[in-house]
Write a protein that binds this ligand. Structure first.
Ligand SMILES: [Zn+2]
Length: 204
């Protein structure tokens, strides 16, 4: 165990991720060892969930603090989440301060139903107002990236479809990445998009 710096940002980030992971697990979006969460705690420093751990049983010292190259500088001695590369790509391309990733039945179904057009469209649904900066009259085009087992390829496919005005990307038959300028916003965006995806799948 490499101890964390006595840093309020790190402690706050760990608390936010613990609460979010338990909430997501209870909703059935973070089952088993799937999914991963990260928070940017300082320039070039990301606190991230470990690889292969049950996300409903995380403890405060299970997180890893990594630098821009993904090298662990403090925290848990295991490996960082395999999908860290995708999180790093999203931090490079957006102003995100937190990136959360979950797998759910509705997000997998939606990614498959609308794969050919390359996006899921939301319009006229009250819950759109829960997305930062959006109003009811806004059309939301949630892009769908192709899935890859190679993390370099997955990062590139997410980068290829990412729209700066939409704080989320679906990955085909895999899950959703959603982000925000604060951990609470990333958590809210996961909730909102999961609602919207569940709604459009059931409507269809
Ligand atoms: Zn995943």
């Amino acid at each position: 165990m490499r101890s964390f710096p006595d840093d309020t940002e790190v402690q706050q980030a760990a608390k936010s991720m613990l609460e979010a992971s338990q909430f997501f697990h209870q909703r059935g979006w973070l089952l088993g060892t799937c999914g991963n969460l990260s928070v940017k705690v300082a320039p070039g420093r990301i606190l991230v969930t470990p690889s292969g751990r049950d996300k409903s049983r995380l403890r405060p010292d299970d997180f890893l603090l990594v630098d821009e190259q993904g090298v662990t500088v403090a925290g848990h001695e295991g490996k960082a989440s395999e999908e860290l590369a995708v999180h790093q790509q999203i931090y490079r391309l957006t102003s995100a301060r937190a990136v959360y990733h979950v797998h759910s039945v509705p997000n997998n179904l939606a990614s498959h139903l609308w794969r050919q057009q390359g996006y899921v469209l939301f319009e006229g649904i009250e819950m759109i107002k829960g997305i930062a900066g959006k109003a009811l009259h806004d059309q939301i085009f949630l892009p769908i990236a192709s899935n890859h087992q190679c993390m370099t390829e997955l990062s590139q496919s997410v980068a290829d479809v990412l729209r700066p005005e939409v704080p989320a990307v679906l990955v085909h038959q895999h899950g959703i990445y959603a982000w925000g300028d604060h951990p609470d916003v990333a958590r809210r965006h996961i909730e909102i998009f999961e609602f919207l995806l569940d709604y459009v799948v059931r409507l269809r």
